[in-house]
Write a protein of this length. Sequence first.
Length: 234
Amino acid sequence: MALRLEAVTFDVADATAVAAFWAGLLDREVRTEPGGALVPGGKTQVGLRFVTSDTKEIGPRRLHLHLTSSSLEDQQRTVEKALCLGGRHLDVGQGADEHYVVLADPGGNELCVIEPGNNYLAGTGYLGEVTCDGSRDVGLFWRDALGWPLVWDENEQTAVQSPLGGTKISWDPWGRPPIQPKTGRNRQRFDLVTADPTSEAERLVSLGATRLADLADGVELADPDSNEFDLHAD
């Protein structure tokens, strides 16, 4: 059964504003949806969805985005463009000698503009990585769930990537295994689509997912690290 990652979804206070930021930064369109907006991806670039929500962030975010750079000038252009579109610099404890730049979008979501010459992100495209706080087990789960090859597996860190290339998705306990315990629902999650959500949900449960609730057009589940994700009809 084909399963496709349509988007990474973010709950934000103003979906229209955050979607406009990312569409401008990534040079993509915005598709208005009930309650939010989608910044579509492509065959090798993951989409981003923003849903207007008044729920508050509880605890640290479990994922953020990495953008790539072809040169120092290109990196600076991305930073300046992000700031002009409504982003801001963000201090997460990074040192002054770090070569990447940490920013936040208008919804407070973290993004890093990675320095040029990063071999790990070579060839991934502009939206190079969705990096998640997660265990090795959850990386293996998503490898099997998506049918994407494991392209990194070292020191409890894992990453998968579509066979076509493009955006990587990685899991890393971020230097402090085990991962931080959840204190509420995530405000970031994966949105997946398939032709038959019922059968696909059964397969995902057999891989280690937990079924949480029925949706109008699909199923809400959680992966082995208790991260919620939605499965919809394609």
